[in-house]
Design a protein around this ligand. Structure first.
Ligand code: 6PG
Length: 257
């Protein structure tokens, strides 16, 4: 099913969604490594990707994924230490990266030990620009795959409705003040998140159903729903959702995978 400029794939439940996402990840990684020698992927935070990361770290995917050729980035981070329970880095590290053989220099963590979110954002901007090289994402996308989640308010990464970060068009990374959280979040901008060969949202749960329909099928001003802004330039957009999250989509959702 194609909606909102993207392809919607419906998995039976969260476990099936994780397996399907792992298939996409492994295929994309092997295709990218086969074509250019490396695979650059942006990891999502939150709770939904936990299942995907655990599946990737186990068999058969552990043997299928070319771990030593992958560069890992993060779409956003809370300004907490890397071992903090809320850290998106810690989520990926404990569920996946600590269990597979990724060279330490390929793990590009957002350095939240820096004194403030702005410094961490500036440092990560440099990291991305250095990785992109002279082309700077113009000659080719920054990333091969960007994984994203979506909040019930339509936020993605840490681009929340009404926040200044949504209006940034030059920088790749910003420290975004999120009033409802009372804190800054370090987040890739829409520009950075769209500079990818493939963006894939992972959305699970009935609580996301109304928002998913609004993002994919409503005529609301897209500025209100940040997830609507993610349209990879010349790349693919996939919404990988489970049945609960897709229950309000029309026409009747495609058969489960
Ligand atoms: C974060 C994520 C955020 C997340 C959504 C959905 O740092 O929390 O980047 O954008 O993807 O909030 O979170 P869940 O997967 O927990 O529903």
């Amino acid at each position: 099913m194609t909606l909102g400029g993207g392809v919607v794939r419906v998995a039976t439940d969260a476990a099936a969604l994780a397996l399907d996402a792992a298939e996409v990840f492994a295929s994309a990684a092997n295709d990218a490594v086969g074509a250019g020698g490396l695979f650059s992927v942006v990891l999502a935070g939150g709770s939904t990707p936990r299942g995907l990361y655990s599946v990737l770290a186990g068999e058969p995917f552990r043997a299928r994924v070319p771990w030593t050729r992958i560069h890992f980035f993060w779409g956003d981070e809370r300004h907490v230490p890397p071992d903090h329970p809320e850290s998106n880095y810690r989520l990926a590290h404990e569920t996946m990266l600590s269990r597979v053989g990724v060279p330490a220099e390929h793990i590009h963590r957002i350095r939240t030990e820096l004194p403030d979110a702005a410094s961490a954002a500036d440092a990560y901007e440099e990291t991305l620009r250095e990785f992109a090289g002279p082309g700077g994402g113009r000659s080719r996308p920054l990333f091969d795959l960007v994984l994203l989640g979506m909040g019930t308010d339509g936020h993605t990464a840490s681009l929340f409705p009404g926040t200044d970060g949504l209006r940034e068009t030059t920088r790749l990374v910003v420290a975004n003040w999120v009033e409802k959280l009372g804190s800054h979040r370090i987040t890739l901008t829409v520009t950075a998140l769209c500079s990818t060969a493939h963006a894939m949202f992972l959305v699970s749960g009935a609580d996301k159903a109304a928002t998913l329909r609004a993002v994919l099928q409503s005529e609301a001003p897209i500025g209100i729903l940040p997830a609507s802004l993610i349209r990879p330039v010349g790349g693919r957009l996939t919404w990988l959702v489970d049945q609960d999250a897709s229950r309000l989509l029309q026409p009747p959702r495609s058969a489960p995978l």
